[in-house]
Design a binder for this molecule. Structure first.
Ligand SMILES: Nc1ncnc2c1ncn2[C@@H]1O[C@H](COP(=O)(O)OP(=O)(O)OP(=O)(O)O)[C@@H](O)[C@H]1O
Ligand SMILES: [Mg+2]
Length: 261
């Protein structure tokens, strides 16, 4: 569904995407895994055409989206659902209006039909009857599920998730993982999930891409990743403190500050 070729994105002296080549297969769940600052969100922003690469190509169903005019990108986005890091719900709108928002923005669907669609999507994420609640009244897991209901409200062909389980307890994480898998199957869509949760990744991924400071250091099925001989991959999936993955300069400064101040 998406083919990435020689993708480069730099911010000043930082190379966030260092000539990436990878595929996101139709109907499959691909998880982009990597430590903080490895370039996961940057890749996601380029895949969703929120940001342009410095060079390289991204083919969406065979069409290069890196050189697409704005109007076409706008149309393309209607085929995509997005669950942002932090869910990005509107605090001043209740759950119903949050989920209905894309329908009101992009379509002329009648109110009665919007009501049916929102109820159906809430049902799918297991939150029927919460329409009237405000975002501030929800738990972290519920917030993610509302974000998910909004992401699927326009019946997208592909959903992008940025850290869908970050900050959740293991049970809520399991619920979201199951939802991602179930929705992928039930709606017959393609899913791209950014995560640094290894267990969750192994539970849901058909394919895994591991980023390390802007480079892809491994890609393949869970089994292939588990069998990798790359020391960086081993360190990452085993969560070992010692190994070739260094602290970033910022992490090191931060640790010095909190430990020695
Ligand atoms: N808009 C920006 N301007 C400048 N630098 C940026 C920008 N976006 C990302 N970067 C830098 O690019 C690198 C990759 O960042 P990115 O947000 O893609 O990482 P990430 O893997 O999503 O990390 P995290 O797990 O912490 O969300 C980092 O060094 C970051 O500081
Ligand atoms: Mg990120």
């Amino acid at each position: 569904m998406i083919k990435v070729e020689n993708l480069v994105k730099k911010y000043g002296s930082i190379t966030a995407s260092n000539c990436l080549n990878c595929n996101f297969e139709k109907g499959k769940i691909t998880v982009i895994l990597g430590g903080s600052g490895s370039g996961k969100s940057t890749l996601l922003r380029q895949l969703t055409a929120l940001e342009k690469p410095d060079s390289g190509s991204i083919y969406f169903d065979g069409v290069n989206i890196t050189s697409m005019p704005k109007k076409k990108i706008y149309d393309l986005r209607k085929r995509m659902g997005m669950l942002f890091q932090g869910s990005a719900l509107f605090n001043y709108l209740n759950i119903f209006e949050n989920i209905a928002f894309p329908l009101r923005e992009h379509t002329k669907i009648a109110d009665s039909v919007i009501k049916t669609i929102v109820t159906m999507k809430l049902e799918m994420v297991g939150l029927r009857g919460t329409e009237h609640l405000m975002p501030s009244q929800l738990s972290g897991g519920m917030t993610k599920r509302v974000g998910l209901a909004r992401a699927i409200v326009m019946d997208p062909e592909i959903i992008f998730y940025d850290e869908p389980t970050s900050g959740l307890d293991p049970i809520s994480t399991g619920v979201i993982d199951k939802l991602i898998k179930d929705l992928n199957q039930a709606l017959n869509i393609t899913s791209v999930v950014v995560s640094h949760d290894i267990e969750s990744c192994f539970r849901i991924a058909d394919n895994i891409i591991i980023l390390f400071y802007g480079d892809i250091i491994a890609q393949g099925t869970a089994q292939e990743i588990k069998n990798s001989d790359d020391l960086r991959v081993k360190q990452f999936i085993n969560g070992e403190p010692e190994g070739p993955i260094p602290f970033t300069r910022t992490d090191k400064n931060y640790l010095d500050e909190i430990l020695f101040d």
